[in-house]
Design a protein around this ligand. Structure first.
Ligand code: ADP
Ligand code: MG
Length: 398
């Protein structure tokens, strides 16, 4: 059990990755790269509908120590696993080979090679991972794993000029979609790559335009609690692909490119043309996009204090209700955590990430943080709670 506090900065976890590298491969790594997890402040299940999201990278990183090989093998080991090295021949790379977690770094190598970032003469790599991103908690450990891998591989292949940050995010998402078989949108990888210290990212997932907005909660005497319920989700197996498919079907029936193209004025038509469940899925996406835009308007007006703080909190809580009732991706534990945080004085709270377990966030005044933390732990003793600070995106550490 972990109470409010931050694990803080990338240094110690980068050092752990370097140590794991030495013990696994018997030599010193050529460098260490790191990519963060994220919380999505608002805008859930909108990214694969070409809509708006408002994430921030958090001060929890996956670090990878890496060095090139010359024999055509990609070797991976993770401190989160059993410390066994998995070897994959570059010539064998193909979607779903191998199974399990090594599919994520293997998928990135495959995507980078397919896009011509890694040259055909690329001789392979040894990679060792260590992470402070909770795994499977809806905080994007998978994107942190992919984006750190992509940076490291491009660097040790002297191919950094061929990998822009936007390409790193796109190819990492492609690897997760096609290689690991998880049909996620671009939210997680864009957050991990473009994360900015002290800022949230307002992303239009159609144009991929990103605007950074200052999000210094401490100035307004606020904090953002992240509450990991410990209920693990598996987005590949969960209702996630079904939700995505039903959104795509609804867009086709309604004659739009994506649900992003609808506004609340279209909801009556949606209700008339779609079955009741699908119409509710559409209502979630449409209202969620509007909530993101309203949240951003509040941020543009200045610090979240007074009526702006109340309005921002209400948007978060309304997002949760919509995800729970219309999109149906919450679960009992997330609902309990959100309700408890609100009753204990949070200004707003919602599940964050794909849902079906994972984490919630609560926007809380600093002087209420302890009370909210204690109440949530009382209601869900297995929860892990920490304060999230907007952090820097993927970068080279050493
Ligand atoms: P989330 O991204 O929300 O944490 P996902 O289900 O998308 O959850 O990704 C979790 C999976 O990513 C894990 O099951 C594991 O396969 C892989 N993974 C993430 N980080 C690591 C790590 N540091 N070491 C090994 N595997 C990892
Ligand atoms: Mg993930």
């Amino acid at each position: 059990m972990n109470t409010a506090g931050t694990v803080g900065t990338v240094g110690p976890i980068a050092a752990e990755a370097a140590r794991l590298f030495e013990s696994a491969y018997g030599r010193t790594a050529g460098g260490v790269w790191a990519a963060p997890g994220r919380v999505n402040v608002i805008g859930e299940h909108t990214d694969y509908n070409e809509g708006f999201v408002l994430p921030m990278a958090i001060d929890r990183y996956t670090a990878v120590a890496a060095a090139p090989r010359t024999d055509g093998l990609l070797c991976v080991v993770s401190a989160a696993g059993d410390h066994r090295v998995t070897e994959i021949a570059l010539s064998d790379l193909a979607p779903r080979v191998p199974h399990g977690w090594p599919a994520y770094p293997a998928g990135v190598a495959w995507a980078l090679r397919g896009a011509g970032v890694l040259p055909s003469r690329f001789g392979g790599a040894d990679l060792a991972f260590a992470s402070t991103v909770p795994i499977g908690a809806g905080l994007s450990s998978s994107a942190a794993l992919e984006c750190s891998t992509g940076m490291a591989l491009a660097a040790i292949a002297d191919a950094e000029v061929r990998l822009s940050p936007a390409e790193l995010a796109r190819l990492s998402q492609y690897a997760e979609n096609v290689y690991a078989g998880v049909p996620c949108g671009p939210l997680d990888q864009l957050s991990s790559v473009f994360g900015a210290e002290g800022g949230v990212l307002f992303i239009d997932t159609r144009s991929l335009e990103i605007a950074v907005h200052p999000f210094d909660l401490a100035v307004a005497e606020l904090t953002l609690l992240v509450i990991d319920t410990g209920v693990s989700h598996d987005l590949g197996e969960s209702g996630y692909p079904a939700r995505r498919a039903s959104c795509e079907k609804a867009a086709a029936v309604l004659g739009v490119q994506a649900l992003r193209d609808l506004t609340t004025a279209d909801l009556d038509r949606a209700a008339a043309q779609l079955d009741e469940t699908t119409a509710r899925r559409v209502r979630h996406v449409v209202t969620e996009n509007e909530r993101v835009e309203r949240f951003v308007s509040l941020l543009k007006l200045g610090e979240l204090t007074g009526p702006r703080l109340n309005a921002a909190g209400e948007l978060l809580t309304a997002s949760h209700a919509s995800l729970r009732d219309d999109f149906e991706v919450s679960c009992d534990e997330l609902d309990v955590v959100v309700d408890t945080a609100l009753r204990a004085g949070a200004h707003g709270a919602r599940m964050t990430g794909g849902g079906f377990g994972g984490s919630a966030i609560a926007l809380v005044s600093l002087d209420r943080a302890e009370r909210v933390t204690a109440s949530v732990l009382d209601a869900l003793p297995e929860a892990e709670i920490f304060q999230a600070v907007p952090a820097r995106g993927a970068h080279r550490v050493a």
